[in-house]
Structures are given as C-alpha cells and as structure tokens.
Design a protein around this ligand. Structure first.
Ligand code: ZN
Length: 351
C-alpha cells in the first residue's frame, strides 16, 4: 500500500520533477527504511564505486551540516541547504540528476568539485617547466581578525604578482587558500599553497612574502619541487573537518564565515576553472540498470521510493561513524573558564 503511494508520487514526479517540493518528502522516512532491499541488477563497478563514495560523503556531510546548523551562526541557512544536497536523485534511463548545494563544507559537492578542478588544472600544471610547490604562511591569528587577515594575505600576494608582471617575469601556476585551526592555541592558520613555474620564481615569492607580511618568518615558509602527487595534494580539502579528539565545530564555522564569498583557487597565467558545482547536476552512468526512479536519501543510502531498493548498498564504516561521533565532542562544553585555562584542556590531554 505504501509502496503504491510512493509509486504514484514517482509517476507524478516524472512528468516534471521539482526537487524543491519533492512528492515524497512528507512520507515517513522510517517506513521507507523498512522497505529497503539491495538492487537486483547491480551497476558496473565504476558506477557503483562513484555512487558508493558519494553516499559515504553524504552520510558524513549531512551529520556535519546538521551540527553546524545548530550553532545558529550567520551561515545557518547555508548549512541547512547542505542537508538537502543530493537528497533526492532523479534517474531517467542512465542519467541521474540531483540538486547540489555548492557549499565549501559539503563533502558531496567537494568530491564533484575536486574531480572538475583536477580535470581542468592537471594538464596545464603538469606542463609547467620546473614546477615548485610553495607554502606561504603568516603568524596565526584570532577569530576576529581571520577574514581581514586572509584579505590582507591576498592583497599582498597580488602585489607580489604585479611586481613579477611588471618585471616581465609573470608568475605562472595556481594558488590555493587553506585554513586550519590550532586547538592548542585556539587560533587560526590561514596559508597559501602555490604550484609555480621555476625555482627562482619560487624563491623570489618567498623572500618578497617575508618582506611584506608582518611577522612572517622565513623558516615557516616552504618550497619543494612539485610532482604529480603534490599537484593532487593541492586539490584536497581546504580545511580539515576531522581532528583527533573531535571536531571543533565553532572553529570550523569561524573558518567558513571568514572565507564566505572568497575564492579558494586563483590561477596565474593558466586558464581558470570554475570552482562552482552546478545547482542541478546530471551524470550519465553507463552500465547502470536503466529505470525511471526517484531515489530518496534515507540515513545512509538512497532508496528507490517505488520499490525500496537501495542505490549503493552503502552503510557507514566504523571510521565514518567515528568522524560523525567527533562532531559531538565539543557539544557539551562547560561555561567559559578563565582565559588562561580556556584551552580545551580535557580533549587535548586525551591525545
Ligand atoms: Zn553539496
């Protein structure tokens, strides 16, 4: 009976799917969960792998977004949107379409974004002569200064870039902004990773950086010959979401707020690749069983709302459960202690 009702919903939906008012949203998810069973005709290994990894990302991402939303910061609505990211997938034949949130903290979107960036940037970066991987750092900063500090770093780098251009030795490569949080000092470490052409250019950038950035220390900067691995490294996450002893969500929120509206990647002398994940994104999966279906996310996998079949067979690994558990580590923080003791001592000692 319930399956029938879902089926009706799907038929209606197939005429014109509106993801924002999905016909099944009002149906009880737990009932759908009871219907779940594995797919009879399994997709090809490649399709299965992609979808399975997306399910894993979605499982962690949903849990992260829910917790971040509870902080009720200025990003609350954006965090909420991530909860709906790819929550409904519409399948027509071999094509699967979903709505994506395009947020920086979304692991589902990050997987799509990373694939897109690697596809667009790998070729031009691997064609650089004598490529170097440069890391530019500054002294750590507090929460209130973070956004302005990142802008200051960007402005400074732009000046260095202009100097090189005027000297007819333009910098060629790609710059990425990253930021991590120091639990020990409860402050932030924004930094740039740059793949750049030429050892001399790399050296010049570092010395100009140290001269211009207040308090920058030559020992804290780094350069090394770049290879394919370091190029891949560049496309990894922009901030860590998993920390030993638990994730400090407040710190993550601070980083995301500081980076709001700012780009992560800046190409120099090579063609720009958009960091955006399209809101409505379709993919063709060859060797997937052709069907018309509406797949609804239900805790840890998508379920065909008509048949109860699961799309990927994903169930969270212990490691993934551990990451999700880590999101709660700071939830029951005691009221503020005197400043000298305000480090998260308890969690720190544990590690
Ligand atoms: Zn997303």
């Amino acid at each position: 009976m319930i399956a029938q009702r879902y089926a009706t919903g799907v038929n209606n939906a197939n005429k014109e799917v509106n993801f924002l008012s999905s016909p099944v949203v009002s149906s009880p998810l737990d009932t759908l969960a009871q219907l779940r069973k594995p797919l009879q005709n399994q997709p090809s290994q490649q399709a299965k792998k992609t979808l399975y990894k997306r399910a894993k990302a979605k499982y962690i991402s949903n849990n992260l977004a829910l917790k971040l939303k509870d902080l009720r910061s200025d990003l609350e609505r954006s965090y909420f949107r991530t909860f709906g990211c790819a929550s409904t997938l519409e399948q027509k034949g071999e094509k699967i379409t979903g709505m994506y949130c395009n947020n920086r903290w979304c692991l589902v979107c990050n997987r799509i974004r990373t694939a897109k960036l690697i596809k667009g940037y790998m070729q031009p970066l691997s064609e650089l002569n004598d490529p170097y991987f440069v890391t530019l750092t500054t002294p750590n900063v507090g929460e209130d200064e973070l956004r302005d500090h990142i802008k200051y770093m960007t402005r400074t780098f732009t000046k260095i870039k202009d100097m090189h251009r005027k000297a007819k030795q333009p910098i060629k490569g790609l710059r990425k902004t990253e930021c991590t949080h120091s639990k020990q000092r409860n402050n932030y470490n924004p930094h740039f990773h740059i793949i750049v052409e030429g050892k001399q250019t790399a050296q010049a950038i570092i010395s100009q950086w140290v001269n211009r950035i207040e308090g920058a220390n030559i020992e804290a900067q780094d350069m090394r010959p770049a290879d394919e691995n370091s190029i891949y490294e560049l496309f990894k996450y922009f901030t860590k979401i998993q920390y030993k002893g638990g994730t400090n969500l407040k710190a993550l929120d601070t980083i995301f707020q500081a980076m709001r509206g700012l780009r992560t990647f800046q190409p120099m002398g090579i063609k720009k690749v958009s960091e955006d994940v399209e809101e409505i994104h379709s993919e063709i999966y060859e060797e997937i069983e052709k069907r018309e279906a509406l797949w609804l996310w239900c805790e840890d996998d998508w379920i065909d709302t008509a048949t109860g079949e699961t799309l990927t067979g994903h169930s969270p690994t212990e490691a993934a459960k551990e990451i999700v558990k880590g999101f709660d580590a700071y939830k029951h923080k005691k009221p503020p202690r005197p400043p000298e003791l305000s480090l998260n001592t308890k969690f720190y000692i544990k590690n």
